[in-house]
Design a protein around this ligand. Structure first.
Ligand code: GLY
Ligand code: MN
Ligand code: MN
Length: 443
């Protein structure tokens, strides 16, 4: 795969998505989506800006303080954007803005207004509509603006202002669209998977005892940046030794020791799309016998799950099989005792495996889209799902010493295809022999 260029989504695709949303709206309705706002980090600095994923999905516009209004009325279907106006002084200090004049042509929109005019313009634009689609509790400033707009409209009812009588949340519409990836999205996600895999390979080669966990995070970020991915898709988990048993460990500040395993759950964000990979490997390049035993159970479960996560199946079906493999393995090692099916029914495994097998992946690392009851939703082509079984053996008195504190997770990203699936993250090894061979070539 050619990773030497910065891929991006063609602007026409955002336009097509807006058309697809509008096609699902009733006549005489409007839909509002709010951008993210900047987040303060310290008194005089903000976190790097990250756009709201729904807003991005419909606009491809990467500035804060913007609002998209999709409107379907007797005037036809319109896409209208409010955004920050050009301002040479502000732009000299804080960076470029697209500006109102250039927005319609650049983003293929019908109309643009300055965000400074939203209080005057929005009541006029919503006047006479029957239904407003708005998702509450996503952007606090959006909720506040809708509330203020409605109360202003109420004061003008005598002058003929007509307020939308029905308010509907738009999430079910957009979540369902986002769940099924287009060909362009799949290309970007393949690249996110490939870059994330290269970064894991680098981390394997760079691991050494007496290095801090966070040094591996920076090695990975370096690799992301080399291939055009600016950010991590989520805070990397670099969990050595017993830290691997903390599912969302992100301190990453321990010195790795000879004899530790290190669990790395990290992925890049490429063109806004997430990669999500976990690999677990020995810091010194050689699995101990006990580490090998636990690792092989998780690997067998993960490989079986990949066979099962195909068109027409479900996450639940694959997880049922994963539970059988893991519980049988734990019984074999003496970590559980009893009948495998009974132990599963009694959920005896939750001491060692307490998260789900996988989740949707896309613009969000835990992407949107309904899962159905107990993740029984039928898998269909175009969905992207992670497969991430793990085993976490507590450091407890009743556990044989050799197994205490071992945590293993192995995670890949799968595109569901018509005939099965495609592993987007296959480039990073996971067989014990392959990991040990790669780590022997440390550079
Ligand atoms: N990286 C978060 C997860 O695997 O769900
Ligand atoms: Mn992960
Ligand atoms: Mn995941």
């Amino acid at each position: 795969m050619d990773l030497s260029y910065m891929a991006e989504m063609p602007i026409e695709e955002f336009q097509q998505r807006r058309a697809a949303v509008l096609a699902q709206l009733p006549n005489n309705s409007g839909l509002l989506v709010f951008s993210n706002v900047e987040q303060q980090r310290t008194a005089s600095s903000t976190y790097p800006f990250r756009q709201d994923n729904y807003f991005w999905y419909l606009t491809g516009f990467n500035e804060p303080n913007a609002i998209l209004l999709l409107k379907k009325s007797e005037l036809g279907e319109q896409s209208i954007l409010f955004l920050r106006p050009s301002d040479p002084l502000m732009e000299t200090w804080n960076g470029r803005r697209l500006g109102v004049e250039r927005a319609p042509a650049t983003l293929h929109l019908d109309q643009a207004f300055s965000i400074d005019e939203v209080r005057q313009q929005l009541p006029q634009l919503l006047n006479g509509l029957d239904t407003l689609y708005h998702a509450e509790e996503m952007q606090a400033w959006g909720d506040e603006l809708v509330r203020q707009t409605f109360s202003l409209m109420r004061t003008q009812q005598r002058q003929g202002m007509k307020i939308p009588t029905t308010q509907v949340c738009w999430r079910h519409i957009l979540d369902e669209m986002r769940l099924f990836k287009s060909d362009n999205e799949i290309r970007l996600m393949q690249q996110a998977g490939q870059i994330s895999a290269l970064a894991h390979i680098r981390a394997m080669k760079q691991a050494r005892a007496q290095r801090f966990e966070y040094e591996l995070a920076s090695e990975m970020l370096h690799e992301f940046n080399r291939f055009g991915a600016r950010w991590e898709a989520y805070p990397a988990i670099i969990a050595s030794g017993e830290n691997a048993c903390i599912l969302h460990y992100t301190e990453n500040d321990r010195l790795m020791q000879d004899g530790d395993l290190v669990l790395i759950d990290a992925g890049c964000e490429f063109a806004m799309y997430a990669g999500d990979i976990t690999r677990t490997f020995p810091v010194n390049g050689k699995f101990s016998p006990a580490q090998r035993e636990i690792y092989q159970i998780v690997l067998d479960a993960q490989k079986r799950a990949i066979e099962l996560l195909v068109n027409g199946s479900s996450i639940k079906q694959a997880n049922d099989e994963v539970l059988r493999i893991k519980v049988a393995g734990l019984v074999r090692l003496g970590l559980l005792s009893g009948d495998v099916e009974t132990l599963i029914t009694e959920k005896a495994y939750t001491r060692f495996y307490m998260h789900s097998l996988g989740h949707w992946l896309g613009l969000d690392v835990h992407d949107v889209g309904s899962y159905g009851v107990e993740r029984q939703r039928e898998l269909q082509p175009g969905m992207v799902v992670t497969v991430e079984p793990g085993l976490y053996i507590p450091n407890a008195e009743d556990i044989p010493e050799a197994y205490r504190g071992i945590g293993v997770r192995i995670e890949d990203d799968l595109l569901i295809t018509e005939y099965g699936n495609k592993v987007l993250t296959a480039a990073v090894p996971k067989e014990i022999a392959d990991i040990e061979a790669l780590m022997a070539q440390k550079d």
